[in-house]
Write a protein that binds this ligand. Structure first.
Ligand code: PHE
Length: 462
């Protein structure tokens, strides 16, 4: 009884969402971001198109589902962020480590996320100035990123926006704005992709994105799809523990998870449809264009806009929406870091926000300058930004997810998770969930982890 009361009290101090819709929107706002619009298309382009999409979908529906349910249920059960949630079930080093690795991931992602956010603002500013044709020039992006002052400056602009939003406590404001911006984003994405797929030569791109070709399969397809699934759904980084800790016991976890997965994946596929067919249409059959990596969106999308009527207007609108999606995600990433510091260091919100800002500034500047002033530094052959991306998505997130699996299998018990979920609804996919957690997840995560490390050290070629 007492315990129950303290949980309720604690919940009101932590704040909570304004109900089911508020919760789904907040999770969707965190999930839909640069991961869907910038990261998914370039990975799909690079790692096999339809094959990548197929592997990605399978992972989202099995693993992704099991992990979202696990993290949210653990957060709701313990009313804690990851470090605290892990500690609730024991002091063993493996649990302490598990909590921390989940919390560290967002702290490493948010700095480079802000660098990409800066690129988005830069492009928005250029569209506002009407430089639609200049942006469409194939070398514009590399010239921009070669300019240290510019990249660093726009990174700082984006970061300041995120920090300002956090300080202003706009969490609830974000909830409200999301209700308008998200649907507008969907409509615009549909319009742009319809335009993109009807360009001459674009159909080959549609085929590339949707038709799996076994020849394009490699272990790297699975590693990349897995990392993307973590990144895009905001899993294996403590976010959903924190969000789960904010929700009431009457929210149907199964249904809201399904809604978030459908929404997040649809936006990613739409972004793929905006970008990949355009690569085919504008590259005159040059397959190497598919390999562009992180710069793909910034090179292809401007070409699409430059060829459209009212391209400048579309450009402005598009980058405003991407900026918004990036901001909501960056806010939730930074919040996760701040709340971990608050819980663990016992400091106030202000001090923790300053600490997090310093981390963003240092790691973000390194990522931004990695394209210019520091371009002589490469880590395992990757630029600094790529390295942080690889380190988090392909190494730390599988470990973090594995830690959650171990916590559930060894300490919490599958039964307790099922009971938590069943407080609010039937648990229809329980058998699939249990099978996934018990057998597939641990084995698969270890294989992924080992193979991505072996790949970096050049022991295997993927
Ligand atoms: N899921 C977000 C995206 O797709 C990124 C993100 C990860 C946001 C983790 C919050 C937490 O861009």
């Amino acid at each position: 009884m007492n315990k129950e009361k303290s949980a309720v009290q604690e919940k009101s101090e932590r704040g909570s969402f304004s109900g089911k819709l508020g919760y789904v929107l907040a999770v969707a706002g965190s999930a839909v971001g640069l991961g869907n619009i910038w990261r998914f298309p370039y990975l799909a382009a690079k790692y096999g198109g339809g094959m990548f999409l197929l592997v990605y979908l399978i992972l989202v529906l099995t693993f992704g589902y099991a992990l979202i349910m696990s993290e949210t249920a653990l957060g709701r059960m313990t009313v804690k962020s990851p470090v605290g949630a892990f500690r609730t079930f024991g002091q063993k080093p493996v649990f302490r480590f598990g909590g921390w690795i989940n919390s560290l991931v967002p702290m490493i992602i948010v700095p480079y996320y802000c660098v990409i956010g800066g690129w988005v603002i830069k492009y928005l500013a250029e569209y506002l100035k009407g430089n639609t044709q200049i942006l469409a020039d194939g070398s514009y992006f590399s010239e921009f990123t070669a300019d240290a002052v510019s990249v660093e400056g726009w990174f700082i602009v984006f970061t300041v926006l995120v920090i300002a939003a956090i300080c202003a406590g706009v969490k609830h404001g974000v909830e409200r704005v999301s209700k308008i911006m998200m649907p507008v984003l969907v409509v615009l994405a549909v319009v742009i992709s319809a335009y993109s797929v009807t360009r001459p030569g674009a159909l080959a791109g549609v085929k590339y994105l949707f038709v799996p070709n076994l020849e394009n399969f490699s272990l790297m397809t699975v590693v990349a799809a897995m990392g993307q699934m973590f990144f895009s759904l905001s899993i294996a980084m403590g976010i959903l523990y924190t969000y789960g800790s904010y929700i009431d016991k009457d929210i149907d976890l199964e249904k809201s998870t399904k809604q978030v997965e459908i929404f997040d994946t649809s936006i990613a596929v739409l972004a793929g449809l905006m970008i990949i067919p355009a690569v085919f249409a504008f590259s005159n059959g040059d397959a190497s264009a598919l390999q562009a990596g992180p710069s793909l969106m910034f090179i292809t999308i401007p070409k699409v806009f430059a060829s459209m009527g009212m391209g400048t207007l579309v450009g402005v609108l598009f980058f405003v929406l991407v900026l918004f999606a990036a901001l909501t995600s960056a806010i939730s990433l930074m919040e996760a870091g701040v709340s971990t510091f608050m819980d663990e260091l016992g400091w106030g919100r202000g001090k923790c926000t300053v600490l997090m800002s310093v981390i963003i500034f240092v790691l973000g500047s390194a990522s931004a300058l990695g394209f210019n002033a520091l371009d002589f530094i490469t880590v395992f052959g990757m630029s600094i930004l790529d390295f942080f991306d690889f380190l988090t998505n392909s190494v730390m997130m599988p470990i973090a997810a594995l830690a959650t699996c171990i916590l559930i299998l060894r300490a919490v018990g599958l039964k307790a998770i099922a009971e938590e979920i069943e407080i609010s609804s039937a648990f229809k996919r329980k058998r699939m969930y249990n099978f996934c957690m018990k057998y597939i997840a641990p084995v698969f995560l270890i294989i992924i982890l080992l193979s991505s490390i072996a790949n970096v050290f050049g022991w295997i070629k993927m």
